[in-house]
Ligand binder design. Structure first.
Ligand code: C5P
Length: 225
């Protein structure tokens, strides 16, 4: 049986994670959160005292640790790091890691190995454009900066974190800039990606659109959806 890959790329807060996770659960497909992978590598590099700018050592680390997505958690070599990788400290440490071309190259290999022979929903910034250029369905999720920051604000509050909407909007615009201007693996839609604007869509509505795209692709595998 042929396997299928769907890539969901887009900026922070566009609703990728909730949509990708729910879609994978609904289809029974493998889920890959590539942002969590970059975060996990940054976390372990800090723990092991590897300088974040030492891109060849960080790249080797990226290929040596085992990252698993299981029941909504992220496990690194069997340890649940789901909460820790979302801290502000790790968010900041992730930037030089994700900017380094050797690390991105290593991640590309790891991500392709993870997807090998499986049906996969993968989310990130470069999944459709770089890592899986032959994916059957590529989607680029977007939303206005305000809508994205407002979603993040609700998420942060639900985690009991004390941040304001304005702080989130400000740090989001820094991350957007870093994502867009990264020399390798910059945030951009693949030329054949479907753009989905999520401002006025609920997570369920986004998932319905994604399932419709997958069904359309299954009906006419040779055509671009
Ligand atoms: O999506 P998330 O915020 O968890 O991503 C963490 C960091 O990893 C961000 O700085 C993002 O730019 C980077 N990233 C990346 N390539 C990906 C996924 C995430 O550079 N495919």
């Amino acid at each position: 049986m042929n396997t299928m890959i769907i890539t969901l790329d887009g900026p922070a807060g566009a609703g990728k994670s909730s949509a990708a996770r729910s879609l994978a659960a609904r289809l029974g497909w493998c889920y890959i959160d590539t942002g969590a992978m970059y975060r996990a590598v940054a976390m372990v590099a800090l723990e092991q005292g590897i300088p974040l700018e030492d891109s060849s050592r960080v790249a080797a680390l990226a290929e040596s640790i085992q990252i698993v997505f299981q029941d909504g958690s992220v496990l690194v070599d069997g340890r649940d790091v789901s909460a820790e990788i979302r801290s502000e400290r790790i968010t900041l440490a992730t930037r030089p890691v994700a900017d380094a071309p050797p690390v991105r190259d290593a991640m590309k290999r790891v991500q392709r190995r993870m997807a090998d022979g499986r049906n996969v929903v993968t989310e990130g910034r470069d999944q459709g454009s770089v890592v899986f250029p032959h994916a059957a369905v590529k989607v680029f999720l977007t939303a206005s900066p305000e809508a994205r920051a407002s979603r993040r604000h609700l998420e942060e509050m639900s985690r009991g974190r004390d941040t304001t909407f304005e702080q989130i909007l400000e740090s989001q615009s820094c991350r957007d800039e870093a994502d867009r201007t990264r020399p390798v693996g910059a945030l951009r839609p693949a030329h054949d990606a479907v753009l989905l604007e999520t401002d006025s869509l609920s997570c369920d509505e986004v998932i319905d659109c994604l399932i419709a795209l997958i069904e359309a692709r299954k009906q006419s595998p040779q055509k671009t959806v």
